[in-house]
Every structure is written in C-alpha cells, then in structure tokens.
Design a protein around this ligand. Sequence first.
Ligand code: AGP
Length: 599
Amino acid sequence: MCGIVGYIGNKNGVPVVLEGLSRLEYRGYDSAGISYKEDHELNVLKKEGKLENLEAIVNEKKVTSSSVIGHTRWATHGEVNDTNAHPHGNDDFSVVHNGIIENAFELKKELQAEGEVFHSQTDSEVFLVLLTKNFKSGLSVKDAVLKTFKALEGNSSFVVLPKAENNIYAIKRSAPLVCGKSDDDQELLASSDPYALIGFVDNIFFPGEETLCFLDSSNNRIDFFDLDGNPSENYKSDKSRKDLKVETKEGFDHFMLKEIYEQPKLINEIAKIYKSEYSDQISIKAQDLDTINIIGCGTAWHAGLCLRNIYETELQTKVNVELASEFRYREPFVSSKDLGLFISQSGETADTIACTELCEKLNLKLASILNVGGSTLNRLCHENFMIHAGQEIGVASTKAFTMQVIVGHFLMRLLQGKHPTADFEKELEVLKNRIQNILDDVSSIKKIANEVHTCKGYIFTGRNKYFPIALEGALKLKEIAYVHAEGYAAGELKHGPIALIDEEMVSICLVGPELFEKTLSNIEEIKARKGKILIVGPKDNSKLEEISDWYIPLDFSDLNYFSPIYVNVVMQLLSYYIAREKGTDIDKPRNLAKSVTVE
Ligand code: AGP
C-alpha cells in the first residue's frame, strides 16, 4: 500500500524523504511525489512509475527544503498517472493519503455543487478540497484538519503540509502512521512505516486511533491531540526501535532469495527467544476456550491452516480458520469464551484489523502471531506472539510464513499450560538442518524450473498437513511469476479440477509419509491423463521415481509436525526460480503490495 514520509527540521529534508520513500518501495506502488516549501510557497513534483522518475526531476531542479512530504501511491481510486499521484496540493495545503475515503463520492458531489473544482480522479483530493474549504471558513489549520478528518468515513492516514504554518500535521484511523524526532528535537518526521525513519530519528511515537500528531517545528516538539483538539496521551513512544536496520540484499539477487536463506538462522534463534520470553505462563488456557478462531489473509491464512489439525488434536478445542475478508462481513457465531487468533506479518492488513476490531466488540480474547512490533494489530491484541523474522522486504512472504507456523506451535504449548519449546527443540534442530541441506544445493530445483517455466498452468496438490502447502506454493508462484497456479486438496482433483489435466499442465504433487498410498492414487489419476508430474516426496522411493516426470526427494524422518514447513521451502525456491526464468520483478511483483492496508 501507499508509503508516506514527512520531514520538518533544520536541514534539507528532500534527501531524507526520498530515502524514506525508497525504503518503502517494497510495499508496492505505481507513482511517487513530493511537496516542499520554498520561499514560503508550496510546490509539488510527482510522476507515475518508479521513484527514480521523481528523483530525476527533483535532482534536475536541485530542490532543497526543510519542509517536505512525500508519497508512493498504490492506486485505489483513479488510474495510474501524474495527476492522480500524491501529494495533492493547492495554494494552502499539500496532503498525502494512505487508505480509502469511503464517503468520498458523496462529499465530492456536495463540494462540486458548491463550486469546488477537482483535478484528479482520487478520493484523496476530497480531503484536500474539504480541508481548504474549512480553513478558508476561518478555522485554524489544526481545527480545519480535525473537522475535515471527522467528516470522512473509512480507514485512512493523512500527512498535511500547510502553507500558513511551518509545521506538519498527521492523523490516522486504522491505517499505519508513526512519527519520530531526533534527540536534539531539531528534526521531526512522520511516516506510514517506522522502517522509513531508521537513522533519522532517535524516538519513535505510535499514535493511537484518531489522534492528531502535531510536528511543531517552531518549538521543536511533537504534540498529540484528540478529535476535539484537546491534548492527548493516546500514543506510545519507543526508543527500542534501534533493532530496526536498513536491509540490503547482502549479495543475493533478490530480497526474497535472501529471506529464504535466512530461515535456518531464524529457526535456530526462535527457541532461545521463546525460552527466555515465556518462562511463565500466559493468561489464556485452551481448557477455558470454546473455539479458537484463527484469522488472516493470504499466506497468513495458510499458516493458520497449517495449525488447525494439530490444534484440534493436541488442544481438543474446536478450531476455525477464517479468511479475514470473509469473516468480517458474516455474523460469526462466536462468544466471549472464544479466542480470536490473528496471524499477520505486517500487523496492518485492513481485513485482519477489521476482524480484530469486530472480535474486540464481541468480547473475544485477542492474540496475534505477528512480525511487526508497534503495528496496529500489536496494539489491539491482549497477547502478541512475535515471530522475530526481521524486516521482510520481499512482497512474497517466505520466512514470515515459516516463523508464523513455528510460533503457532509454541503458542499451542502455552495454551496447554506447558513450556513453549519443550519437545520441539530436537525437531527444530532437524528442521533447520534439513532446510539448510535444500538451500546448499538448489541445482535440481533450478533445472526443473527451467524445464517447466513455459507450461500452460500449474496445479499444486497435497493431502492433510500438505494441503495448506499446496495452497501456499500456488500463491507464491502466482504472485511472482504471474502464471495460473492452483492449490487443491489431492482428494479433490477428481471432483472437477482433473478436467484441467493434459500434457501442458504441470501437477506439483506433495507427498508425505502420511497417507502415502492415498496420495499416490491421486497421482495415478493424473498420470492416466498424461499430465506432467513433479513429485516432492520421501526419498529413495522407486514408485515415486517411476511415476513422476520430475522428483525432488526429501528426508522426512524425525520432523513430525514441521514437515510441511520443510516441503514449503522447496515451493519457495521453485516459484523463485520459475519467476527468474520469466524475468519478473520478484521483490516488487506487479499490482501487489507488501501490506494491504485497504479492503
Ligand atoms: C504473501 O506472499 C502475500 N504477500 C500476501 O498474501 C500476504 O500474506 C497477505 O497480504 C497478508 O499480509 P499480512 O501477513 O501482513 O497480514
């Protein structure tokens, strides 16, 4: 989703804002722009396409300014072009926006009826026009921002650069927003992601919902106000974000590949972290729960599916795994004796946040399996089980998925009132080593990717604990190779999808030691219809060797619960190398955003 960076201080803020925007490129965008003050006048430069297009015109004009706001846009309303790019500005204000103004159409009609003129197709411009109207009615900048924000419906964050004052205003509702300041208070920044502020601030502030952040450069301070304009304490400050560092590819061709290779190290560290962080018990116990509702989107939902079977078996508790975008619009049959367990890498996914807020209203206990601290989800949940995966830059999630499932296992033990890592340490050690073995020699995966990358389509199949991995493998391939790929339960093929099978289709069949014969019979059905077959399954198996066109043998021994994660690493690498064959933008795939902060 959109990236926002704002700077006001005693230095040239243009390179700071551009650096911040470059760090947010991974979130996905289609245009970029800045607004800056020069001789007390507001100027706007914005271009569709990559950030470098904007940088070219900024450098050509040799722009310098100590008051700057910038934006990378992921289009929701209006096509991708210069006019619809942010910032939106006029003589009085420049604004940048992340989110959706749900009543923009109605407000725009009212404003147009009053003679207001619009230049773009965006909902964001409605905020600018209404803000300007409110300001011209005689309100102060602060009161005009608050009055305008209160008139809007939907989840949004805004950063405002006013001409009339040398300050910046920022405000949010269920959309990411942070602000920060240097230790000497000389530099004040705002952003949609703390990652953009690394190195520029020494203190980071996480404003609560509907809290106005006032970056007051006259007094070198940041103040917070509620919607009525009264001073507010509804924010958290955090110096500890020193753990954040600007990620580099460290010699890998893509962040995604680097993050795939980080997995053994992360697996090696997580048990130590949980041993120290969870020596005593958590407040939630499985025996007190009616149902565990695991909720997420995309890969996070797949992680939830990986946990369902084992939770039901080990906890003897009913478990629902829900797509957040569907759950939020049902009238779910839940009770205050249920747990809402939200899985999210970013902690900002709009649908997942909406479900968290719904479950909060329904008095459920709220827990997260989460990567980004300080995120909206982090603040909403009573218990947060952090996955400690570090910054995940690749839009296609890899290491976060692996750590979500592992931490989900730890949480299962905590819900049983047991030590989180007991019984798992040996399996984790085996898992780490087995994944490392795969990573140490990817030649066969590369070769297969080269041989299958031109096929018409891909069907991923798996049974039971491998079915979620079939879904995850298909999603990865779709995301970064832009090809048609479907994940199916292997037993489902004969209920329709088998009609797709022909010599142009590749079936990627996940075979574990469990349900081996059943899974094999599904593969026979594909073979009988001349489908191309890639098997990922137990090693040294002549039957698998004979029936497959390609066979990736794996050692499943001693892995038990973690075998799906092991198989999934092959899926990650296979999708990565197929995408390389296709020459797509693997870290920033078209149309995608790293954190989907709109519905
Ligand atoms: C995963 O590769 C995708 N980028 C996407 O499905 C992602 O998992 C989903 O948008 C949920 O994001 P979250 O984990 O940050 O909530």
